[in-house]
Every structure is written in structure tokens, then in C-alpha cells.
Design a protein around this ligand. Structure first.
Ligand code: ATP
Ligand code: MG
Length: 410
């Protein structure tokens, strides 16, 4: 992509009204723009990152047998009354139509997915089923002041599974937990798993996936030896105490952001809609359901909170909008054009800064945007038939022969 033609504008100054690093850097580097607190536009550059995160999540959900579908965001009041959510869920957005009918905006989709799936399930032989979507959610959040970490409108992957028995559900639960940890690892993040309380309705066990960051809104205690981790909200222990699990480590307190969670929904939703299946003995039973949420826009924000320096963002390769930022300095434009074409032909994702601006501006923007490899072509490097390659995460640059560039990058 030629930067001179790209719909992208960086800014010299950070937005004044937001204090979090992700909000400052993402806005300043041109990835997002705030429409109002908790509601953002994503530029072509920002959307590229979101799509990369999406692809990783999609691959891992497909790998555990999840089937992707798409459900409506606009819901009739009746389904939310059926489950009690209309009254009980404080973040639920409610709308009135000019027909006087009431609607809700999806904040989670058990109310839609349960009838959708269970109307098509007759017998235990049709189970298990796991379906998911990657779609926008709406929540009337009170504390949306952490950039894209807490949206009023935000992108979520929500999967729902249906099982004939608790045993079958628990087996699947463990499989999805592992898939989640793989997703975070591929995104360059290390997540800790807490055992949390249930959701709005169930008292069953849930797991929260936490990434340590000062920008997070959760407080957790974690063991410095084993993987034990709890949310402070529910914990019986205090910081500094011995770990109740391994008894060797000490508990540390830290701020964290919840980047995903999984719930055991039990039979609640099947019962609410009175939709069951016929079991092996020919009797009617309600399915055991699991739900599995993962916040994509929050993840993008957490990645920025974790990977940055005083100059800008440092994207992990797996989610970077481009792999290479190619900078043409004065009098090297013709040669750089050719290098650009060669990189494209080799299938490398390149943002090519071909703008008529100073070298200083190009360097500053490149650091701000945070693409993993910066390749600079100048008269000086061309004298040696070379280009200067620098990783965004390192300080030292390297001269690399032009003919070897593609291989070196790959
Ligand atoms: P939180 O405690 O942070 O409000 P939650 O318990 O309400 O999260 P869920 O309803 O389980 O979260 O949603 C699943 C996932 O969606 C969360 O783990 C989180 O990653 C993401 N998420 C939840 N609320 C928001 C939000 N307002 N903005 C961005 N992402 C969110
Ligand atoms: Mg919430």
C-alpha cells in the first residue's frame, strides 16, 4: 500500500481527553477515531489489525469444532423477558420503535442462539453442537474511559455449546480453555486463568482469562510459582499470603484486563425457552450449555498497552497491520519503487512511505505506527546496493543487500 494514497493520517499530538496508552497511541497513529466515549471508528489501518486478530480466533474456534454463523444485533423484547434479562441486566440497551414495540441491542446472545439451535435438535444424537459468531455487542457501560478496552459498542467472539450431559460439557470446556490459551499465545500475550463466580444467573464455575496490565480494571492475586490465580473480588486470600494451591509460592496482587471468559450456563436457557431433546431413554431433557466470550477490540487495546515505547506502538508480527514499513528517502524513490514491487510479488505485506515529506517525519510516523520491520532506502544505502533494515523492537539497524532483502524478511 502506497502511503501517499492511503487513507491514513497520524497526528503530532495525543488526544487530550483520554489518559490510557491504548487510546493515545491508537488515535495518534491513525488506527481508530473516537466518536464518543466507548464508541470508535476503525481506519483501514486499524481494521487490518482487527482482521488479523479475528483470523487467529476463527482458526482456533474452527479447530475445536465451532461453526461460524451470524445472529442479529436487534432483538425483540419478548426473548429478553423470557430469561429475565430485560429487568435484570443493567447494561442492556433498550430501544422503542415508532410502532411502540420495544427492542434490545445484543449484549450477549443466549436469548437468540438457544431457540435457533434447539429448534433444530430432536435427539441426543444431534448433540453436541457449538456455534459462534464474531460480531458487535452493545452495553450501556458506565466506565467507558479506557480507550478501546471498555466499549459501549465493541467486537466480541461469542461461542455457545450444547451438550446432552454435564460430563460431555466439561470435556468440551477443557478443550476450549486450551484453545483460548493458544489464541492469547498467538497474539503475543500471556494470559492467567482465574476461577471466577458465575454470570448474572448461574452460580456455576466460570473462568476468566486475564492479562496483566496497569490499564486493566480487574485486580487479581496470582502465585509467583504455580499457575494459581483469583480475582480479588471473590478471593478469600490476601496479597503476601502463601499460595493455597502449591503452598510454595507467595500471592502477588496486580491489575489485569479480562480478555475472555467461559461460563457453565447449566440448563437455564433450555428451561427458559422450554426447548429440550429426547435422551437415550426416550425422555425429554434440557441441554447443558456453555458460553465462551472473547473481546477482540479489548484485545487490540491490551496488545498496545503491553507493546509500546516512548515513540509509539510495537506490534507483534501476528497482528501487525503490515510486516514491512518501506521508507523511500530523497533521491532513492525510483529504486524504492522497484523494491516495493519485488516485496509485493513475494507476498510480503508492505506499507510504502512514498510521501513527499521529510525523512524525520517518515521516521517518526514509522515508530508511531509500529510495523515490525522498517526498511529504509537512501542514496547512502544504494551506494552499497543495500537497504537499512531495523526491527521496531530493537535499536540497531542492519545493512542488507537488496537482492537478499525478501529472504531476510521472510
Ligand atoms: P467485564 O468484567 O470486563 O465487564 P464481562 O464479565 O462483562 O467483562 P462478558 O460478558 O463475559 O464480560 O464478555 C466476554 C468478553 O468480552 C470479556 O471477557 C471481555 O474480553 C469482552 N468485553 C466485555 N465487556 C466489554 C466492553 N465493554 N468492551 C470491550 N470488551 C468487552
Ligand atoms: Mg461487563
Amino acid at each position: 500500500m502506497r502511503q501517499s494514497q492511503y487513507f491514513l493520517k497520524t497526528s503530532k499530538t495525543a488526544p487530550a481527553d483520554d489518559v490510557t496508552v491504548n487510546a493515545k497511541l491508537l488515535e495518534q497513529a491513525g488506527f481508530v477515531e473516537k466518536l464518543m466515549a466507548g464508541v470508535y471508528s476503525y481506519s483501514p489501518l486499524g481494521l487490518r489489525v482487527l482482521r488479523k486478530i479475528e483470523d487467529i480466533i476463527r482458526q482456533e474456534m474452527n479447530a475445536v469444532g465451532g461453526q461460524e454463523l451470524l445472529m442479529p444485533m436487534l432483538h425483540p423484547k419478548a426473548i429478553w423477558q423470557k430469561t429475565g434479562g430485560w429487568k435484570k441486566i443493567d447494561v442492556l440497551f433498550k430501544l422503542k420503535s415508532r410502532t411502540e414495540k420495544d427492542f434490545a441491542l445484543g449484549q450477549s446472545e443466549e436469548e437468540v442462539v438457544t431457540p435457533l439451535v434447539m429448534k433444530r435438535i430432536n435427539s441426543y444424537k444431534d448433540l453436541p453442537v457449538a456455534v459462534y459468531q464474531i460480531h458487535w455487542k452493545f452495553r450501556d457501560e458506565l466506565r467507558s474511559k479506557s480507550g478501546i478496552l471498555r466499549g459501549v459498542e465493541f467486537l466480541m467472539k461469542d461461542m455457545y455449546s450444547f451438550h446432552e450431559s454435564q460430563e460431555d460439557f466439561e470435556k468440551y470446556y477443557e478443550i476450549v480453555k486450551k484453545a483460548y490459551l493458544k489464541i492469547y499465545q498467538r497474539l503475543g500475550l500471556t494470559a492467567k486463568v482465574t476461577e471466577g463466580s458465575g454470570g448474572s444467573f448461574t452460580q456455576k464455575i466460570s473462568y476468566e482469562f486475564m492479562v496483566l496490565t496497569d490499564a486493566g480494571e480487574d485486580d487479581i492475586l496470582y502465585c509467583d510459582v504455580c499457575e494459581y490465580c483469583v480475582n480479588v473480588e471473590i478471593a478469600k486470600q490476601k496479597a503476601g499470603e502463601n499460595c493455597p494451591k502449591c503452598e510454595k509460592g507467595k500471592l502477588n496482587r496486580a491489575k489485569a484486563s479480562e480478555v475472555g471468559n467461559v461460563f457453565d450456563l447449566g440448563q437455564k436457557y433450555g428451561k427458559d425457552f422450554d426447548l429440550g431433546f429426547t435422551d437415550q431413554n426416550g425422555e425429554k431433557k434440557y441441554p447443558i450449555m456453555g458460553c465462551y466470550g472473547l473481546g477482540l477490540t479489548r484485545l487490540m487495546g491490551v496488545i498496545v498497552e503491553k507493546f509500546n515505547d516512548e515513540k509509539g506502538i510495537i506490534w507483534p508480527k501476528s497482528v501487525a497491520p503490515f510486516l514491512v514499513h518501506l521508507l523511500a528517502l530523497k533521491a532513492a524513490e525510483k529504486e524504492t519503487d522497484k523494491i516495493y514491487q519485488d516485496l509485493l510479488a513475494a507476498g510480503v505485506e508492505v506499507l510504502y512511505d512514498d510521501r513527499e515529506v521529510s525523512a524525520g517525519v517518515k521516521f517518526a510516523d514509522s515508530d508511531l505506527i509500529g510495523i515490525p520491520y522498517r526498511v529504509v532506502v537512501s542514496e547512502r544505502t544504494l551506494e552499497k546496493a543495500a537497504v537499512e533494515v531495523k526491527k521496531r523492537s530493537e535499536n540497531e539497524a542492519q545493512l542488507i543487500n537488496i537482492t537478499k532483502l525478501t529472504d531476510a524478511i521472510k
